[in-house]
Design a binder for this molecule. Structure first.
Ligand code: PMP
Length: 419
């Protein structure tokens, strides 16, 4: 395509083979929970890089630290070589996150993305147990590569692989079938070895399913899943790529359930600033890879280590976590009041912490609401199997005023769409 033909933004976008979002503008700068486009229009960001920007855009301290590092010719890329930022991140992560929670994990760098973390988790679970299959849940989302997609419960996305995906068994997520006990179903399945059921290597789950429609598992359901894992010696993998790093109110989404997963996947906000980074936490006894058995080039992004370490300072006291819970309550109040005001939406409130949503039971309406909200200066996305959920993931550093402003725009957008 010649430069002449690539004049407009639409043409440019259509020439890029990527999954492009329907936001018809070019963004230029961002700070905290706000983002601006080329025309200077301001948007409130309730999308936050799909959960990668829990600490907001361009945190001043993080910015300062990476600029200083670059100025001093710090090493940017180092594979898995030891560097100061890597060492400092590892020390601080242990000190601020693992030790106070009584968690004993080895930290592994699986590659830069959430999918890399999930792949490494599935792979080590299979190696450790010598078993083949993995149990995952309806509407789960774990990533786009063959392994992570095989445990993803979305048939549209699975279709991208062209042919059937293997080594996975889908089970109903908590509350997937109303008034049905999904735990009893799972137990029956595992007990039924006489019918050819093979014990799985692992059960993988999100405590709150993000892409699947903001489905929050009940805490006692998570506990029961953990006891099933213990009973059958199945590894429990919690994919905290989206629900982790404080999104649901505590650093790990599973903390209030009091469970102790064997493997935890973290990415998105672990890098603090939106720089790509992922880690996989593995109980020491399951760290059974020899050197070189699982490696990759981009596992040493030192800028991400620097901002990741800085992000951990938010967790040195309980203030940040308490603030998230307070803001989450405000968000829920706003959601409840919108639902009460517009009964024609047939809507339901979903989620936990600052990972919430409104499930709209009218076809196509959630998408229309998001488009209208964008025009009015609020960035929100849909999720769920039919894109029926308007999903709210504001940066955790947002203030109450930001939440109120965003939800006012949302309310006005709903009124407009329904008028
Ligand atoms: N797991 C979960 C729970 C996710 O939400 C996502 C991304 N939406 C992934 C894994 C995949 O992460 P990435 O896009 O960084 O590969």
């Amino acid at each position: 395509i010649s430069n002449d033909r690539m004049k407009t933004f639409e043409e440019l976008e259509s020439a890029v083979r990527s999954y492009s979002r329907g936001w018809p503008t070019v963004f230029t700068k961002a700070k905290g929970y706000k983002i601006w486009d080329v025309d200077g229009k301001e948007y409130i960001d309730f999308f936050a890089g799909a959960g990668a920007l829990n600490y907001g855009h361009n945190d001043a301290k993080m910015q300062e630290k990476i600029i200083e590092y670059i100025r001093e010719d710090g090493i940017l890329h180092s594979l898995d070589m030891g560097t100061t930022p890597r060492k400092e991140f590892l020390e601080t992560f242990r000190e601020v996150i693992l030790t106070p929670r009584n968690l004993d994990y080895k930290v592994m760098f699986p590659g830069p993305t959430g999918t890399n973390s999930v792949e490494s988790a599935l792979k080590i679970a299979r190696k450790v147990t010598g078993r083949d299959t993995v149990i995952s849940f309806t509407n789960a989302f774990h990533g786009m590569t063959i392994g992570s997609l095989s445990v993803t419960g979305n048939s549209f996305k699975r279709h991208g692989a062209g042919v059937p995906l293997h080594h996975t068994v889908a089970m109903p997520f908590d509350d997937y079938v109303e008034n049905q006990d999904s735990i009893a179903y799972l137990e029956r399945f595992l007990e039924d070895s006489g019918s050819g059921v093979a014990l799985p290597a692992a059960i993988i789950l999100e405590s709150v399913q993000g892409e699947g429609g903001i489905n929050a598992a009940r805490l006692d359901w998570l506990k029961k899943i953990e006891s099933i894992c213990r009973r059958w010696d199945i590894l429990l993998i919690v994919d905290d790529v989206q629900a982790g790093c404080g999104r649901t109110g505590t650093f790990f989404s599973f903390e209030p359930a009091g469970i102790n997963p064997d493997i935890v996947c973290l990415s998105k906000s672990i890098g603090g600033s939106g720089l790509p980074m992922a880690i996989t936490l593995i109980k020491p006894e399951f760290d059974q890879w020899g050197p070189g058995e699982h490696n990759g080039t981009f596992r040493g992004n030192n800028l991400a280590f620097i901002t990741a370490k800085e992000a951990l300072s938010f967790w040195e006291t309980d203030d940040f976590s308490n603030g998230i819970k307070q803001k989450a309550n405000l968000l829920r109040e706003k959601i409840d009041s919108i639902i009460a005001k517009f009964p024609e939406l047939k809507a339901e409130a979903r989620g936990r912490g600052l990972m919430q949503g409104i499930a709209v039971q009218v076809d196509g309406l959630a998408g229309e609401i998001c488009a209208e909200a964008f025009d009015r200066g609020l960035i929100v996305e849909t999720s769920g199997p039919s894109d029926e959920v308007v999903k709210f993931l504001p940066p955790l550093v947002i203030d109450e005023e930001g939440i109120s402003k965003g939800m006012t725009i949302l309310e006005d957008s709903i009124a407009q769409v329904l008028s």
